[in-house]
Design a protein around this ligand. Structure first.
Ligand code: FAD
Length: 459
């Protein structure tokens, strides 16, 4: 069977890639070796930039309807009250995004929404169809699937941390297993804490996060178990005892739902492209669940890749070179930042733990960290360096800023499928990509340099 794009893996990254292929008019097959979708809820937070991508894909409203926005995060830097309440809703400084919040939405339900959207565009996931091996030449990729063979013009490996695509391409993942154990449990609680606020307790006994879930009264416990090497069995009394011991809070856990554990590992693949095959999501980068960035980074990889493949098919191949340069740079920054944050949050020794607790109290109370928790974690400030596909002019490499103050959004003028040229009120023009990154800003349309013009064949 032949297709334009073969997508391996139907997690959030692969589903996003498949939807984007159909929106761009490319034929697609999406295969997954599982017999059906995994039931565990896994990632829980959808960030603002991801919601913007979901909006372009026509699925933001449905995903918003299955989740609840966080009203605030309460941080207890030394696990003792009083906590510092950091508002994350409308009163926080979110700038010009349409989605000024962290949205709590279980990964499994996000995947179901994406799969429905894929179906509405005429696509489907082929479950029980694992990739066994692949090879490629200059014009196509040949894949050996469990149920037969497939030739594709392009292949995207969205097949998770133990990626077969990555292995078949001979790409190394510089992966470090920290041996640090985290347990996760979704529980109903009786302690009367607001349903839409998260809590972070940084105790020397271990980091404890209590994250709101969409069902009223239900929270996700994420707890670091520093000295354990075997995952314990998790029930309501285990959760209550752990939280009481570390925070003094009587949680009153009951109706335990999904539970799981993760041994932390972090790393990044050496490359994200080999010829006509690409890596995206966990196949290319791995880090701890602290900060809830994994699902978001994967969706944005896929959202940032497929329009470039489509542009190449339509005669503007220059964009494709920027995929690896941009996304590996962002992935490297993300893996380093999350790894550092996880280390600081899980410090055990008294002196560094107490020092960082003091610094965190001051930084959070004075508002120094507030922007980190909104725009930065919302992935709205991911600046790209000048390089392939980005020029060296004001705003270049940044998300298109919104110069209007009256509620209008310049973003709304950006074509959701391909790069656009947007005229500014003062007469300058900006070239903006489908993912709202500014390619360059010029005094007039005739001043757009040939290198950038050649990328616009298709716009
Ligand atoms: C227990 C747990 C808790 C987590 N909690 C959080 C959290 O709180 N916040 C957060 O941001 N992230 C969290 N993560 C990470 C997050 O779930 C991932 O970052 C996210 O799932 C990545 O999506 P993906 O589509 O790239 O890969 P995956 O979701 O791993 O999907 C890969 C898919 O590829 C399929 N596949 C694999 N090999 C093949 C093959 N050879 N052929 C065909 N198909 C194949 C798999 O069956 C799977 O469906 C958690 C992960 C786990 C395991």
């Amino acid at each position: 069977m032949q297709t334009d794009v073969l997508i391996v893996g139907a997690g959030p990254t692969g589903l996003t890639a498949a939807i984007e292929c159909l929106r761009q008019g490319l034929s697609v097959r999406v295969v997954d070796r599982r017999e059906q979708r995994a039931e565990g809820s896994k990632a829980l937070v959808v960030h603002a930039r991801t919601m913007e991508a979901f909006r372009a894909m026509g699925v933001a409203e449905e995903i918003r309807s299955i989740g609840i926005p966080f009203a605030a995060l309460n941080v207890f830097p030394d696990a003792r009250p009083p906590g510092i309440r950091v508002p994350l809703g409308h009163e926080a400084d979110w700038g010009d995004t349409e989605f000024p919040y962290w949205l709590s939405a279980p990964q499994v339900e996000v995947e179901e929404c994406l799969e429905r959207r894929l179906g509405s565009l005429g696509g489907k996931v082929e479950w029980g169809q694992g990739l066994l091996d692949m090879n490629q030449n200059g014009s196509e990729v040949h894949a050996q699937l469990a149920g037969g063979e497939c030739d594709a013009r392009w292949l995207v490996g969205c097949d998770g941390g133990r990626s077969t695509v990555r292995e078949s391409l001979g790409i190394q993942m510089q992966r470090r297993d920290d041996g640090q154990l985290f347990v996760l449990a979704d529980v109903l609680t009786r302690d009367g804490f607001p349903d839409d606020e998260g809590r972070v307790y940084r105790s020397r006994k271990g980091l404890t996060l209590i994250v709101p879930m969409p069902e009223p009264g239900r929270f996700r416990l994420i707890a670091h178990l520093p000295r354990l090497i075997e995952p314990p069995s998790i029930d309501a009394s285990f959760v209550d005892q752990l939280v009481l011991d570390r925070t003094g809070v009587a949680l009153g856990a009951h109706s335990v739902g999904w539970t799981s554990h993760v041994f932390l590992s972090h790393g990044q693949s050496q490359k994200m492209r080999s010829g006509r095959a690409f890596l995206a999501g966990d196949a290319a980068h791995l880090h701890s669940p602290v900060g809830g960035q994994g699902l978001n980074a994967g969706v944005l990889d896929a959202h940032g890749l497929i329009w470039k493949i489509a542009a190449a098919e339509r005669g503007a191949p220059g964009w494709l070179e920027s995929y690896e340069a941009e996304r590996s740079l962002l992935a490297g920054r993300l893996v380093r930042a999350v790894t550092l944050a996880t280390r600081v949050m899980t410090l055990q020794h008294l002196v560094p733990w107490a020092l960082t607790a003091g610094v965190a109290r001051v930084a959070l109370s004075t508002g120094v960290l507030k922007r980190q928790l909104t725009r930065r974690m919302g992935m709205l400030e991911q600046e790209l360096p000048p390089g392939p596909g980005v020029d060296k002019t004001p705003w270049a490499g940044r998300r298109l800023p919104n110069p209007f103050v009256d509620g209008e959004r310049m973003h709304d003028g950006v074509d959701a499928l391909r790069p656009s040229i947007v005229e500014l009120p003062e007469g300058d023009v900006v070239v903006v990509r489908h993912d709202r990154v500014v390619v360059g800003r010029y005094p007039s349309a005739t001043a757009i340099p040939p290198r950038i013009r050649s990328l616009l064949v298709d716009s």
